[in-house]
Each structure stands twice: as C-alpha cells, then as structure tokens.
Design a protein. Structure first.
Lengths: 315, 71
C-alpha cells in the first residue's frame, strides 16, 4: 500500500488529492473522493459564501472523512469564502491563482491545514514560513491556470527548497505518474483531469466525452499575453481566442472579456462551440469513466507494483 | 532602507545599483511577480523582517513602504 506522511497528517488513506477545478469540483465529486480514501476538494471558485456553505454541508452529509476547499485567490469573493472555511472548520484548504499571505495567519490559527498550490521554489518557501502544512508543486502540464515550469523540473526543486511535505500535480493520471512523482521527492499527488470523468463528477457529459476522446497533442495554452496562461483542449473557442491573442488590434480588456464565462459554458452547458474545456496534457491517457474510489485504488495499486519492481534497474 | 533594498535588488537582478531608483517600477527592472516573491524572501533573510507580501506591490517605492511597515 502506498502511504506517506501526508496520510497521517491529514487523516486520509491514500496520498491522492483531487484538484479543486472551478465549475467541476463540487460536493458530489469531493465527497466521492474523500469517501474513497483520498482528499476530495470543493472549488470555491468565483462564487459567494452561500454557495460554498451549501457545498460543505452536502459533503458532510455524504462523508465523515476529511475534505478540503480550494480558494481561488483572484475571486472577487475571496475575503468572504476565506472566512467561511474558518467558521465551518474545514480540515484542509488549498489555494491557487495568487499568494495566500493575507489569510494564512488566520487559517493556521484556526487549525486549518493549509496546502497552497505553488509554481516556484520561492513561493513554496514563503508559504512554508507562514505555516503551510504542505505544498502542491504544480507543473504546467496541468489544466486550467498554469505556471511555466514542468512537473519534472518543479517537484524536485520544491522538495529541496522546503521541509514540509510536497505533493506533485500536473501530468499525473496513473500509477506511472504517481511512482515518478514519489521518486522526484513528492509524498503524494493531486489529479484533476482523471477525476473529471469520474462517475460522481457532475460536469456536462460533453466535457467528459471531450476528455475521453482527447489525443496527446490536443491541449495548448492561451492567455500568455494577459499574464495568466490557461491550458485547455483545442476547440472553436480556444482557437479563436488564440488568434485574437496575436492580433494587436484586440485590447487586453477585450481579450479578458472574451475569456469570461467560457469555462462555465463548457462545464455546465457543454457548449462545444463557445466553451473553454480546461484539461491537462494527460487528458489523452484518461480513457474510461469509473467511480472516484476505483480511480484512487487503481492509481495507487499500479504505483505500488511499479515501485516494488523498481529494483530491476539497479544491478 | 532604500539603499539596503536597492543593493539587494541590484544583486538579485545582476544590475548596477545606480539603475534602481525610488521611482523604478518592477516592470522597468525586469522583476515579474515570481521574481518579486524571491526578492521578498531575500529581503526577509537579510533584513530580519517578516513581510506580508501582496500582489499590489509594483514599484520600488511601494516595496520600501511595505518593508518599513513590516519592521
């Protein structure tokens, strides 16, 4: 069985987090992942405090196991949802899209295990100083908002830079990825794209089908010009956005406006024309729908077999 | 405080300290948001302060103010 320090620290069975995907990671998916022994995570996304409270209530109704909330720091409601996680005594908070400095002291004092997603060693060191329980080193292979460094390069450097546990994210969807991440110095993994097709994931069926049909070259990043690149599946929307990005007559404001709401159209409406289907490069390796618990077990069992056999490389 | 920060910033970017002025913006100096975090970590180590970093800091003047408030 694959177990690590992060399991003991958070009270989970398997060192597997489910990514806090906006418009996708709701109570249904989070509860299924936590019930399956991993760490399910609700995305607070851009929604207000009432949405989050309701999602937390629903997770608690379905499982007594630990779960987390992902706070997107760029959200206009970040201050309010930051308070909700304290009031609700959410066991784990992950953060993305910015620096969590403003909230860290209060969260740590409230006994929350804070696990920020980090794109560089400096940010990992900074959040360690502020009391983070662990960090998620996320490489640019992942879906959604991405950093520049790849998982292969980022994870070992972050593992060297901090003493707290490191989880790897970006480009991991099976036991091979997990085994490799552990060899790079991680003590666990976070997966998004693989959980997107889980039976309990409520995302629109069209989104799932697009992931299941994706080939190796089907994702790319757009939005570099705006300073926050996004990885998504190639689609009519993302191709049009990409073209506009290189059109100097289109202002940054117009570009931002064009991107707004496109993820919701994909996740909720399944709009293949106007939606932005965020996905990691690993989408091509995600081939079947399964219950979340089965995904977790399968990935960990495969990693275990590989790691047990790794001695064959040493003569 | 400005002199100390200018020296650390110049060392970090490998530029001459005379290029750093109170008016310099991070963009002028080639300091992006990830650099800024690294820089703040260096400042914390060298000046023995704890700085609450935020994304609003865009210029040397704002950085000096932030460090002075952090003492």
């Amino acid at each position: 069985m694959i177990q690590s320090v992060i399991c003991e620290r958070l009270g989970i069975e398997y060192p597997v987090f489910q990514g806090g995907m906006a418009w996708i990671a709701d109570a249904s998916l989070a509860a299924a992942v936590s019930e399956g022994g991993g760490l399910g995570i609700i995305s607070a996304m851009n929604a207000g405090p009432d949405y989050l409270k309701e999602q937390i209530r629903q997770v608690r109704e379905r499982t007594g196991k630990p779960f987390g909330v992902n706070i997107m720091l760029m959200s206009p409601h970040a201050d309010e949802v930051a308070k909700v996680v304290e009031e609700e005594k959410v066991p784990v908070v992950t953060t993305g899209a910015g620096l969590p400095s403003k909230y860290m002291k209060s969260w740590v004092a409230a006994g929350i295990q804070v696990v920020p997603v980090v794109p560089s060693t400096a940010i990992a060191r900074m959040v360690e100083r502020m009391g983070a329980a662990a960090v998620i080193a996320e490489g640019g292979e992942s879906g959604g908002h991405v950093g520049e460094l790849t998982t292969m390069c980022l994870v070992p450097q972050v593992a060297d830079a901090v003493k707290i546990p490191v989880l790897a994210a970006g480009g991991i969807a099976d036991g091979r990825g997990m085994a490799a991440a552990l060899m790079l110095g991680a003590v666990g993994v976070q997966m998004g794209t693989r959980f997107l097709v889980a039976d309990e994931c409520t995302v629109h069926e069209n989104y799932k089908q697009k992931i299941l049909r994706a080939k190796d070259i089907d994702t790319f990043t757009t939005g570099k010009r705006l300073g926050h690149p996004v990885r998504s599946l190639k689609s009519p929307f993302s191709r049009a956005f990409f073209e506009k990005e290189y059109d100097s007559s289109v202002s940054n404001e117009e570009l931002e406006k064009m991107g707004g709401g496109a993820l919701r159209l994909a996740a909720v409406e399944g709009d293949e024309k106007n939606g932005c289907f965020m996905a990691g490069q690993i989408a091509a390796m995600v081939k079947k729908k399964q219950p979340a618990a089965e995904i977790i077990r399968e990935v960990c069992q495969e990693a275990e077999i590989l790691l047990k056999g790794a001695g064959k490389w040493v003569k | 405080m400005f002199e100390k920060i200018a020296k650390i910033l110049a060392e970090y970017k490998g530029i001459d300290v005379s290029e750093v002025t109170m008016e310099s913006s991070f963009a002028d100096l080639g300091v992006d948001s990830l650099d800024a975090v690294e820089l703040v970590m260096n400042l914390e180590d060298e000046l023995g302060v704890t700085i609450e970093m935020n994304n609003q800091v865009q210029t040397v003047a704002e950085l000096v103010k932030l460090v002075e408030e952090s003492k």
